[in-house]
Design a protein around this ligand. Structure first.
Ligand code: ADP
Length: 881
């Protein structure tokens, strides 16, 4: 046992920590007393004396205070044994125990009568009722019984204090209780750096445990720090911590202090981990508990508040109200069943739950749909005509068409009504015609723009399961109308988009298809709604983008735009009175002269429709009103000068735009969704290498026309009087102004060709002439579309001569007489005719115009033999004949 130091009493006392002086003081008499009692032993190994800790002095047993003389000599000795279960007593530790076994009770009685020392040994198998010596661990603790209290149920409660580790050497007797010979087991303790380090590590580990343990108070840390030597610190902590007996027992058996410190540190480290994890879990649980508790409390408070405010039965009342609404909605049977089912569900959902709102909103929608509300159609045609005439100037053909449409309904009320589609530039009265039809029929009017709609769900709604879902445009419109047979205007069907969300046009097809729309099912309502009584009217600026399937369903009515005189008349009859009415300016007594209105039409707007005109007229009125309000006396009769003063500089000086000043320029006519337009085409030539440059955002078709025109010119240099080599060392550049606006189509062919010839021959194009027509490589002129819009545009721009393809002549009927009568139309079949008509100068076009091959020759009676400009009356006369 080299290096192992046995504790000496004096040493023990002097290292005793907190109050070592006092301990030292106490230790002397104790040592002396012990020395007096103990048998003589070899000087080498003095029998150690353990002292009771100071606290023991205050403990009273049976009224007798334990005194300092209650010291216990540690030497091999014979003691009664107390077997214990599930627990281990460590030296210096206090341990309360309940004792009930008769043998143990007897033993305690005897011990209390003697010196109160016993040996406490833990049982190996806690199940044995009467354990023999073999059932006990070999190492236990010598202890003194500090207190014994008898309990009513034949049990006693004792408080024992551990004194020293002892080894069970031999059983002396088993009756009336176990008595054994025990000998002390000394700590194998080395006072070295390693031990000190291990003790420190143990303390640190313990400190960490104390910091997070919910049960260990901070004072125990102080107590632990005061324990020494390290072996005793280990015992103190081992007994303090709640460890299972089978963990504690090995610690008790560990004589080697380093090993004991080491093992205990490991145990503590694990204990710390367990505590930490436990703490985390605890925190999580606490958090969720806190949250739930908070919600619960808030709910309770909410209920209490509602009760206090008399709103406790809010949801009940809501459900009753909904029930009543369902009753009044006169839903079809199938729909009613669905509504009842949803209502029953609603009654089961707590009002605070999010689904409650979802279900309630759904039911409100169901109740507000006009399932059984409709208006009676007024099919009096006289009345209808009066309404249309009152709201709209002109548009005679269109009004006739609308009246026919109404007449059919009169005779066959359940007739599947075709869908009217008004096509035309903005501001031409499409919407207002729809409103007039609704007014004439006595139907509700509802308008929904489809511009930019690219998601099927916008037409058909989102499923109820989506957050914030609503019915689609169609049913929303119907609800707004509040009748199941309104006139439903679907605006801008040409602007309908499509993307990955699904194609809205297929949903729209279902809406417009009389075969299917009787049971139109919106995703949100999820029950069929009958749309067959709805009168759908659609509008578009142009039809090209409308999917063919949709176009097939519709009866197209075109509105091309208005002439200046029509605009004048509409301004007088409708726009000005309306603007006065809407702005409340009746008292102002403003009047407009015709010239003033025409000035606004020509110099401040350039459009087929009336949108800007309407705005500018309103501006004139408002500005006059403002001056009056400012105390001035502005003229109330508005003439062109006044227009200039109020609206500022003219915005469209068409003359400048259409004046041709040098060879290489020609005026074409284009068609756009906003109406017709006059288009200046310019060409120039420069040194280069046979390139045709085309600029101004030309589309593929227009580029090809330009190439065809150039090829025509190059192949006819002789007849045209152009230098045959012109292209060898030059480039030609053709530009269409308003370069930012994309342009396409074949109808600029004749204009492109004319500009080129003008450039290369040096002959200017006559001012006041515009042209339209497709050309072929061989110089034929083919018909074009949008004649009416183009002619109106030319008229607006102050052009009096328009060269058109002969085949388009029949379309001239469509053009208002007041325009026709001011214009000259020159029908042509060949480009040579165009050139002859449009180019200035005497130099004749060499090959004179006329049919060059039999195929393209116009019949003698139908076409002109030599180019001549025919007035409209000539054309008209010829057709009559
Ligand atoms: P769109 O729907 O084609 O864009 P609107 O119906 O909005 O055009 O018409 C623009 C304005 O012009 C409206 O105030 C409308 O009443 C008026 N308007 C259009 N055409 C006529 C017409 N023929 N007679 C009277 N007012 C018209």
């Amino acid at each position: 046992m080299s290096g192992v130091r046995r504790p000496e009493p004096a040493r023990l006392a002097s290292r005793g920590g907190r109050n070592s002086k006092e301990k030292a003081r106490r230790s002397r008499p104790a040592r002396e007393a012990a020395a007096a009692r103990r048998p003589r032993r070899s000087a080498k190994r003095p029998p150690p004396v353990y002292m009771l800790p100071r606290r023991a002095q205050k403990i009273e047993i049976g009224g007798e205070p334990l005194t300092e003389t209650a010291t216990v000599t540690l030497a091999p000795r014979q003691v009664p044994v107390l077997p214990v279960r599930h627990t281990v007593l460590f030296p210096f530790a206090l341990l309360p125990l309940n004792v009930g076994r008769p043998k143990s009770l007897r033993m305690l009685n005897d011990a209390m009568a003697a010196d109160r020392t016993i040996a406490v040994f833990a049982e190996r198998q806690p199940t044995t009722e009467d354990p023999a010596a073999t059932d006990l661990h070999r190492v236990g603790t010598l202890a003194v019984v500090l207190r014994m209290i008898r309990m009513p149920d034949e049990q006693v409660s004792i408080l024992v204090q551990g004194l020293a580790r002892v080894h069970l050497n031999e059983v002396v007797s088993t009756e009336p209780y176990l008595t054994a010979k025990v000998s002390p087991v000394y700590d194998a303790e080395v006072d070295d750096v390693e031990t000190a380090g291990l003790a420190q590590a143990l303390l640190t580990e313990f400190e960490r445990i104390v910091s997070i343990s919910p049960t260990l108070p901070a004072e125990v840390l102080v107590a632990a720090k005061n324990q020494s030597p390290p072996g005793r610190l280990a015992d103190f902590l081992a007994s303090l911590l709640e460890l299972p007996a089978d963990v504690k027992q090995p610690l008790l058996e560990m004589q080697d202090v380093k090993q004991r410190l080491h093992s205990l540190t490991e145990i503590l480290a694990r204990q710390h981990q367990v505590l930490e994890v436990g703490q985390q879990i605890q925190e999580q649980v606490q958090q969720s508990l806190d949250q739930r508790q908070k919600e619960f409390l808030l709910r309770q408070q909410l209920e209490a508040i509602q009760k206090e405010l008399g709103e406790g039965d809010e949801s009940r009342r809501e459900i009753d109200e909904l029930k009543e609404k369902i009753e009044k909605a006169h839903m079809p049977e199938e729909v009613r069943r669905e509504a009842d089912r949803e209502l029953a569900r609603l009654a089961r959902i707590p009002p605070q739950a999010p689904e409650y709102t979802v279900a309630r909103t759904y039911l409100e929608w169901m109740c507000e749909m006009p399932w059984a509300v409709s208006t009676e159609d007024d099919l009096d045609l006289k009345h209808a005509r009066a309404v249309l005439d009152e709201d709209h100037y002109g548009l005679d053909k269109i009004k006739e068409r609308i009246l026919e449409f109404l007449a059919v309904r009169r005779f066959k009320r359940d007739a599947r009504t075709p869908i009217l589609c008004f096509v035309g530039p903005p501001g031409t009265g499409k919407t207002s015609l729809g409103m007039s039809i609704a007014k004439a029929l006595g139907r509700k009017f509802i308008r929904q723009s489809l511009g930019g709609v690219r998601d099927e769900a916008e037409i058909r709604g989102h499923r109820r399961t989506y957050i914030g879902a609503l019915p689609g445009n169609i049913l929303r419109g119907i609800r707004r109308a509040g009748s199941r047979n309104p006139l439903f205007m679907l605006d801008e069907i040409d602007k309908l988009g499509a993307d990955f969300h699904g194609d809205p046009s297929s949903a729209l097809l279902e809406v417009l298809d009389p075969e299917q729309n009787g049971t139109f099912t919106d995703h949100y309502l999820d029950v069929p709604f009958d749309l067959s009584q709805v009168l759908f009217v659609t509008t578009a600026n142009y039809l090209d983008p409308v999917p063919p399937a949709l176009r097939d369903r519709m009866e197209v009515i075109e509105l091309a735009g208005y002439t200046d005189l029509e605009k004048l008349a509409i301004s007088r009859r409708h726009l000005i009175p309306k603007a006065i009415r809407e702005n409340g300016l009746e008292e102002l007594n403003v009047t407009f002269s015709d010239e003033a209105i025409l000035k606004v039409v020509r110099d401040y707007t350039s459009e087929a429709g009336l949108r800007n005109l309407e705005r500018e007229l309103a501006n004139l009125l408002r500005r006059t009103a403002k001056l009056v309000a400012e105390g001035e006396e502005p003229p109330r009769a508005i003439d062109p000068n006044r227009v200039h003063e109020l609206l500022g500089p003219e915005r469209f000086q068409t003359e400048q735009l259409t004046r041709i000043e040098q060879p290489g320029a020609a005026l074409g006519l284009a068609w756009t969704p906003a109406g017709g337009e006059v288009l200046m085409i310019e060409a120039t030539v420069m040194p280069g290498s046979k390139q045709l440059l085309l600029t101004g955002q030309l589309g593929e078709v227009m580029r090809e026309s330009a190439h065809a025109a150039l090829s025509y010119v190059r192949s006819h240099v002789g007849e045209l009087g152009i230098d045959p080599e012109f292209f060898e060392s030059s480039d030609i550049h053709v530009h269409l102004p308003s370069g930012a606006i994309p342009k396409d189509g074949p109808s600029a062919g004749v204009t492109l060709c004319t500009a080129l010839v003008s450039l290369l021959t040096g002959r200017k194009v006559r001012t006041g002439i515009a042209m339209t027509g497709e050309i072929t490589l061989l110089g034929r002129v083919l018909p074009i579309g949008g004649l009416k819009e183009k002619v109106l545009a030319a008229h607006r721009a102050g052009i009096n001569t328009v060269i058109i393809p002969t085949e388009n002549q029949k379309g001239l009927d469509e053009i208002p007489v007041e325009v026709r009568s001011h214009m000259i139309f020159a029908p042509v079949d060949r480009i040579e005719q165009v050139l002859g008509l449009s180019l200035e100068g005497d130099a004749p076009v060499k090959t004179v115009v006329g049919p060059t091959d039999s195929e393209t020759a116009p019949s003698a009676s139908d076409g002109p033999e030599t180019p001549s400009i025919q007035t409209e009356s000539v054309v008209a006369r010829r057709r009559e004949s």
